[in-house]
Design a protein around this ligand. Structure first.
Ligand code: SDX
Length: 396
């Protein structure tokens, strides 16, 4: 009678769920995938090894990893009929819209077979296929965006090298894959691989709970990630740093604008729904920035701008009171830029990294038979109480 609804248990009715994939502690700045610290995984693993861990629950042994890598090579090609789709996107089509469209239509070319073999005891062929093909779709969308010929996957290259080659190789100018570039991208993909019930992952779970196939559920997650308050923030950070740089490094102007909430302006790359301390991923990415730019001998003024902005924000009471620290998006764009990835592809990179987490969370939701109900968040009603109907002639 208080007008409030008692929220019953079960996924999405209380806006939460149980999960055994990722643990994060927002107060301590801790992030573990299947019990392993991201610091250890980012330092010692290949992305595809961490993808296996997140999907399967255990780190792969040598044979399992070799088999997984073989499948990444086996499934890298796109159906030739799919490639014609790229010809029909407008030239300025956003790579994120291409990605969500193409991933959503994979179902028409590679329908999931319930009895499909499951060579890893937890990772289906559909999952391996999607993990491999999203990389090809992403690279092809970039090539189409810049009007260059497509570069097909090369079975001699590993997961990250293949992506870099499909992105940057050209018939007239072969691309040389620098180890430090591949290592930096590998680390970034690992750090984005899962993050418990964030906006896009909750979207994948909610859409999947209606019985939607994996590809369409992931396509929904890609669209949720696109938002500048979520995965789109990495692109917004670079645009903000470029703005400050072009504005004679007038930091105070933008800091005051954020503090005054002028035009709802926020400092992109700062703050987090859960972390109320330094995002552990941001710490690793910040260090990687220095490593990559040093190895490539790049002096990027935007890194200096980012460091100065972080310093000023960290010493400002307004941001301290609100526990606003750099998050995963604050420094990642500096590395993408150093690698040669354009800002309109930054959120695509986030999606590539996040895919194993989305798939694992979708699968976990599907397998949770006890709560296998359609997600149905509830509300607290704040509208009119019941009132008599008003015929047209009496309306004002
Ligand atoms: C990701 O959930 C995840 O795990 C997401 C993610 C993942 O891996 O999936 O970690 C990836 O999305 C990282 C976040 C990327 N987004 C941004 O960097 C956009 C900028 N940040 C914000 O808009 C904001 O911090 C959010 C959206 C990230 C979090 O918002 P909250 O927790 O809902 O915070 P809030 O809106 O309640 O703000 C609390 C206060 C407000 O001021 P007051 O009303 O108390 O006066 O802090 C202020 C806000 O105005 N504030 C900011 C700010 N973020 C919050 N002020 C200036 N700049 C900011 N960035």
């Amino acid at each position: 009678d208080s007008g409030y609804i008692t929220l019953d248990s079960g996924y999405m009715n209380t806006g939460s769920c149980t999960s055994a994939i990722t643990y994060l502690d927002g107060g301590q700045g801790i992030l573990n995938y299947r019990g392993y610290a991201i610091e250890d995984l980012a330092e010692n693993c290949q992305f595809i090894e961490v993808a296996y861990l997140i999907l399967n629950g255990e780190l792969p042994n040598y044979e399992q990893l070799e088999q997984f890598k073989r499948d990444m090579r086996r499934f890298a090609l796109l159906h030739e009929d799919m490639i014609h789709f790229f010809d029909h996107f407008p030239p300025n089509a956003s790579p994120m819209s291409i990605l969500s469209t193409m991933v959503g239509t994979l179902h028409n070319f590679y329908p999931e077979m319930d009895d499909e073999d499951d060579p890893y005891g937890g990772i289906t062929v559909t999952t391996a296929r999607l993990l491999s093909k999203i990389r090809t779709i992403a690279a092809f969308s970039y090539k189409k965006n810049i009007g260059h010929p497509l570069v097909y996957p090369n079975a001699k290259l590993n997961y990250v090298q293949n992506f870099l080659n499909m992105m940057f190789d050209r018939p007239n100018m072969p691309y040389v894959i620098k180890p430090e570039v591949a290592m930096a991208l590998n680390k970034l993909l690992i750090l984005h691989a899962d993050h418990e019930q964030n906006c896009s992952t909750s979207t994948v779970r909610l859409v999947g709970s209606a019985g939607v196939n994996l590809y369409a559920s992931i396509s929904a997650g890609i669209n949720a990630l696109w938002g500048p308050l979520h995965g789109g923030a990495n692109q917004a950070v670079l645009e903000m740093l470029e703005l400050i740089y072009a504005d004679d490094c007038n930091f105070e102007k933008y800091i005051e604008k954020a503090k005054n909430k002028q035009d709802s302006f926020r400092l992109s790359g700062f703050g987090h729904r859960v972390y109320k301390t330094f995002d552990p991923r941001a710490k690793i990415i910040k260090e990687a920035c220095h490593e990559v730019l040093g190895a490539l001998d790049i002096q990027d003024p935007l890194l200096d701008i980012a460091l100065e902005l972080e310093e000023r924000v960290r010493n400002d009471a307004y941001f301290q009171e609100r526990n606003l620290y750099p998050n995963v998006d604050f420094y990642s764009g500096i590395i993408y830029r150093a690698i040669g990835i354009p800002t309109n592809m930054f959120t695509v990179m986030f999606a590539l990294g996040r895919l194993p987490g989305w798939i694992a969370q979708w699968t976990e939701m599907k397998e949770d038979k006890a709560n296998a109900r359609i997600g149905r968040p509830r509300q607290v009603y704040t509208g009119h109480t019941l009132r008599p109907f008003v015929p047209m002639h009496e309306r004002k």
